[in-house]
Design a protein around this ligand. Structure first.
Ligand SMILES: [Zn+2]
Length: 126
């Protein structure tokens, strides 16, 4: 099986069709106030705990576990109402992943691959 990208993994896990883009917008707008990762940046599995400000100003705690080798989302959680209401990742959990990956120099290549190029980011990662 060909290795996917984190963009594909996050899209696959998103609760609703628009959730990925909402999560990415949150991240780009600075709604992810803090993130804390467990383990080394070089370990296969990384767990990230985030604080993400929702669209109404509420602060939510997120939890995302990533497989850095396979570019898969292993686990996720958030204490917002949508996370209880819908199966799949909410926009806060989605925002947490690129916020973490963005702190690593490998993130632009992992996240902003050509298959995401049809959706302008407003940020030039090249
Ligand atoms: Zn949430």
């Amino acid at each position: 099986m060909a290795q996917g990208t984190f963009v594909q993994a996050l899209r696959k896990e998103a609760a609703l069709s628009g959730t990925f883009m909402k999560g990415r917008s949150l991240m780009l707008n600075g709604a992810v106030l803090s993130i804390e990762d467990s383990g080394s940046r070089f370990s296969k599995n990384v767990t990230v705990e985030g604080s993400v400000r929702g669209s109404r100003g509420d602060l939510y705690k997120t939890h995302v576990a990533l497989d850095m080798d396979e570019h898969e989302v292993i686990d996720y959680d958030c204490d917002c109402p949508a996370a209880y209401r819908y199966p799949g990742m909410c926009k806060h959990a989605i925002a947490t992943a690129p916020a973490y990956l963005g702190t690593s120099d490998i993130a632009p290549r992992l996240l902003y691959t050509p298959d995401a190029a049809d959706e302008p980011l407003g940020v030039d990662y090249k």
